[in-house]
Design a protein around this ligand. Sequence first.
Ligand SMILES: [Zn+2]
Length: 184
Amino acid sequence: MSLQALETIGAVLHGHFLLTSGRHSALYFEKFRLLERPDRLVPMVSQLLEPLRKYSIDAVVGPTLGGVVVAYECARQLGVPALYAEREGEGRAFRRGSDLAPNSSVLVVDDVLTTGTSIREVLALMEQVGARVEAIGVLIDRSEQMPDFGVPLFSALRIPAESYPPENCPLCQQGVPLTKRGSR
Ligand SMILES: [Zn+2]
């Protein structure tokens, strides 16, 4: 999957966007254009998992909402269960009676990595339940500076996308209309 292929399905938009972080960017990842396309998602997950197959993984964990789709497909391809880390208060929790066996080795996955907030919330949950995180996998890493999670980080596609604080945004200075997107 290339940047161009993502543009073709409308998963990457060009313009002037307000990100959930409050920063502005000329690129926006409309991840649902990818998450709703099994024909594109399945091969992208295969690509993501290639370097991850050397790890012994008992379960895959992903945060709601997009991470659920990615975790499910990763788990299907690895032949292990998937668990979903849902919002609870300021952090994440397993709900609906989901649980991990003690000392499980897990792969934590998500759709798009921007600042890493969701991943950090899942890592906090993994520490809380006593799971061992072997690695982190994301479909698209758009982080400007790859965050250090303390475990190996893999992505199917890395597209570092510049973002700016509103007061220092070149697109604002050019008077380009701002589009609000995002779901957080
Ligand atoms: Zn701006």
